[in-house]
Design a protein. Sequence first.
Length: 234
Amino acid sequence: MDGPAPSTAWLERANRLALTARLLSSTVHDINNALQVISGNGELLELAPNADAAIIKRGQTIRTHARRASSLLTELMAFVRDASGRALPVTMKDVATQAVTMRHYALTKLRVAVSIEGDEGPVVGNPRHLVQVALNLVANAEQALAGRPGATLRLQVQRDAARTTLSVIDNGPGLDPHAERRLFEADVHSTDTPGGLGIGLNVSKWLIEQQKGTLTYARAADGGSAFTMSLPSA
């Protein structure tokens, strides 16, 4: 199956991402060293002589967030280093969990209530590509939910004997009919904003189709958007 036609913008973006991946390892190492210092100082606050409850709680908070930041960096490095093109056993719930974990800070900052629902959903596919697509869908949902009171994002896994699906469902404003018609065309809804992967929905669709799957859009019951990636059940 032929891939999407490359464009100058896409090639420039791919080159930028490749350069970022090369620089990321040393950057993550330096940040982790700084986090160790921060965590150590948080522990000193907890152990300070005659420290009151407020100081001890602040030290615990510093250490908790430092550990979480370090864990997120570990997840990010695992994603970047996985260059395997092989199909491997993976569950859709693991894909959803990894995508949400990597976007935890942004989703929390936007005050989006996130839930992951359904069964494990075992499939056989390229784990990196599946997470890449899920991340792109979550990042798109973030844009739709920015500034929206009561924002919710549901990642729902469903499975039958033939197919397993992962749906990313938000309660944002949804898409107008013109955008729906052109949704999977090149350069439509590319996430070029900070936090987005910039791979575009057309490339996401192509990545899923390489694994005998589909990527579709439907308007959610509450008027938001529901993107569903579907693969053969394992």
